[in-house]
Design a protein around this ligand. Structure first.
Ligand code: HEM
Length: 231
């Protein structure tokens, strides 16, 4: 396929939606892995630190592999945003009176706007989260305690024992849930699960996937805040 054909394909509405769904799926994969790993906070400090170390070692491969994955994830996020902006602009440009189903169009515009806003909240959360628990630069100013590299469990305990910070994590996760609810359902539709027979399955996945990820994350935040995580 020529370069132009690839450009035409990815820049079409369907192409942008496929980019959006695929990059979204990649991020959901990370979120599921991350949530299950974070649940180790209920098992023990040793196990949690070993999991954090496993990430930092490049998932057991090499530190270079971690950087490769980071670049890959950044590219996925950038493509996801680019497609979102392009689709929103296209949606706005479409004149409602050209469509018989004007009501339907208004509804999708609301959903798109809501998704864009939710996405921005998630982006802000991610920047905060990386500064908070990966780079550690917010630790001292927020918690008055030094961030100790390699002590992910202790950093997390200090970080999420702060009720304001824990509340922010919980609110951001609720925004994530709303984003995934619509994202998973419409992403599956884009990726070809569009026979009416599978409507129930799509609706169920739209609830189960965010339910699991967000439910697990909130459980972790509350577990640390309420002091029920393992020592
Ligand atoms: C309660 C929920 C969460 C907890 C307790 C948590 C905890 C952590 C911890 C402890 C680290 C550092 C791990 C290490 O040093 O190896 C980390 C890294 C990270 N988290 Fe989270 N996280 C949560 C939710 C999220 C969410 C919702 C996202 C995405 C929107 C996310 C994205 C990331 C990323 C991208 C990294 C950096 C991995 C790296 O490149 O080193 N986390 N998280």
């Amino acid at each position: 396929m020529g370069k132009n054909a690839v450009a035409v394909l990815t820049q079409s509405t369907v192409g942008q939606k496929v980019v959006m769904a695929t990059t979204g799926l990649i991020m959901v994969g990370w979120l599921a892995l991350h949530m299950f790993g974070n649940l180790l906070v209920f098992v023990g400090k040793h196990e949690f630190d070993a999991y954090a170390e496993w990430i930092q070692s490049g998932f057991g491969a090499s530190p270079e592999f971690l950087w490769l994955m980071r670049v890959f994830m950044l590219a996925a996020i950038a493509l996801h945003i680019r497609a979102a902006v392009a689709l929103t602009a296209r949606n706005r440009a479409a004149r409602p009176n050209r469509y018989a189903g004007g009501h339907q169009l208004r509804r999708t515009t609301y959903a798109a706007r809501f998704m864009l806003l939710g996405g921005l909240v998630l982006l802000a959360f991610l920047a905060f989260h990386l500064a908070h628990l990966t780079l550690g630069v917010l630790h001292e100013p927020l918690h008055g305690q030094a961030f100790v590299r390699g002590q992910a469990y202790d950093n997390l305990m200090v970080g999420l024992s702060n009720p304001v910070v824990a509340a922010f994590y919980i609110v951001a996760n609720l925004a994530l849930g709303a984003h995934l609810w619509h994202g998973v359902t419409s992403g599956l539709q884009t990726l070809g699960v569009n026979h009416p027979r599978y409507d129930g399955l799509k609706a169920a996945a739209g609830i189960a996937v965010p339910g699991l990820i967000v439910g697990g994350n909130i459980l972790i935040a509350l577990g640390v805040l309420l002091g029920v995580a393992a020592a």
